[in-house]
Design a protein around this ligand. Structure first.
Ligand code: NAP
Length: 309
């Protein structure tokens, strides 16, 4: 790849970390509830709300993740409440919202970010794996949206929901049958709930990250990104910068997703609802003039022929 000689420059880098995409104080006196906000993209999104003056409530299962959220968000200037919560359990979600209300009042924004995922050929996936991913990613997202909306409907107050999705909601996701099906449900839910709850002042949108490597990626996802015959070899670390496999010639920077989330939930986007915004440098639209040879999921994962156990 000779970038300069071919005129290939890729999409420009965004402004530096710490730059704001909205006026300072856009979220002053507002509270944002982020599921899974102690790691990766959820944390990056929460930090951008913090920089704009929001109070943050972070809900997830593990204390070390909640501690990471407290540390990062306090450093970004926010008041923070963390709550241990498994979003598969509606009673735990209700308790987390009670805690949020006790601390800051009813959250104005819900970022439905928590999800579970790992690559596996569909024929090898256990029923339990399927159920777990669908339960967290689809059911958990709905249960959180339901809790948020019921409280706003009862109070007669407006609110904004952003569901974090994935582009295989449209395309299918070979190697991720469970997560792709769940994310397709999440995208569809955005459209339904936006219509049902719009009359009550509740916006519902989706936000889809492309490839956004970060330090908290699970070992299984990093392994999936590892170099498996990729001629450029750039995926080897799982946290790379440049990416000749994408039209943008680079990966996403987590702050770019954070800026998109803060816009979608802001007063400047009140007439946007029922929309799912893809932030991926057009990667999911990529097609070649001719198709490359098919490489099965098993081959991509370095597995031999399937055998019944
Ligand atoms: P991640 O680091 O694995 O974060 C997932 C978060 O969800 C964790 O903080 C985890 O916290 C929380 N979580 C998982 N199960 C939960 C449960 N049952 N109850 C409550 N919280 C739970 O993932 P990420 O890469 O930042 O991804 C964030 C979102 O972006 C996800 O919706 C993902 O599908 C989407 N996405 C990411 C990429 C990417 O390139 N990274 C691409 C496309 C889409 P606990 O373990 O503490 O519960």
């Amino acid at each position: 790849m000779t970038e300069a000689s071919d005129g290939i420059i890729g999409l420009p880098e965004p402004p530096a970390l710490g730059a704001g995409a909205l006026p300072a104080g856009t979220y002053a006196d507002r509270t944002v509830f982020v599921t899974g906000g102690g790691t990766g993209l959820g944390k990056a999104i929460a930090i951008e709300f913090a920089r704009l003056g929001a109070n943050l409530v972070v809900a997830s299962r593990k204390e070390d993740h909640l501690e990471a959220a407290r540390e990062a968000l306090t450093e970004a200037g926010a008041k923070v409440r963390t709550v241990a919560c498994d979003i598969r359990e509606p009673a735990e979600i209700a308790a987390a919202f009670d805690a949020a209300v006790d601390t800051f009042g009813l959250p104005d924004v819900l970022i439905n970010n928590a999800a579970a995922n790992f690559p596996v050929p569909a024929e090898e996936m256990s029923p339990n794996a399927w159920r777990t991913v669908v339960d967290i990613t689809l059911n958990g997202t709905y249960f959180c949206a339901r809790e948020f909306a019921r409280r706003h409907l009862a109070a007669g107050t407006p609110g904004s929901i952003v569901n974090i999705g994935a582009s295989y909601a449209w395309t299918g996701g070979p190697g991720f049958a469970h997560s792709a099906a769940a994310k397709a449900g999440v995208k569809n839910m955005v459209e339904t709930l936006a219509v049902e709850w719009g009359p009550y002042g509740i916006q519902v949108n989706g936000l889809v990250p492309g490839l956004f490597p970060h330090e908290d990626m699970t070992a299984a996802i990093k392994e999936n990104l590892a170099d498996k015959g990729n001629p450029a070899g750039i995926h080897a670390a799982g946290t790379h910068d440049k990416d000749p496999c994408q039209p943008a010639m680079r990966v996403g920077r987590p702050r770019e997703l954070g800026w998109a989330a803060t816009f979608l939930a802001s007063p400047y986007a009140r007439f946007i609802s029922g929309h799912t915004l893809v932030v991926d440098g057009a990667n999911w639209q990529r097609r070649g003039l001719v198709n490359p040879p098919v490489v099965t999921v098993r081959q991509q994962m370095g597995k031999g022929p399937f055998e019944l156990p």
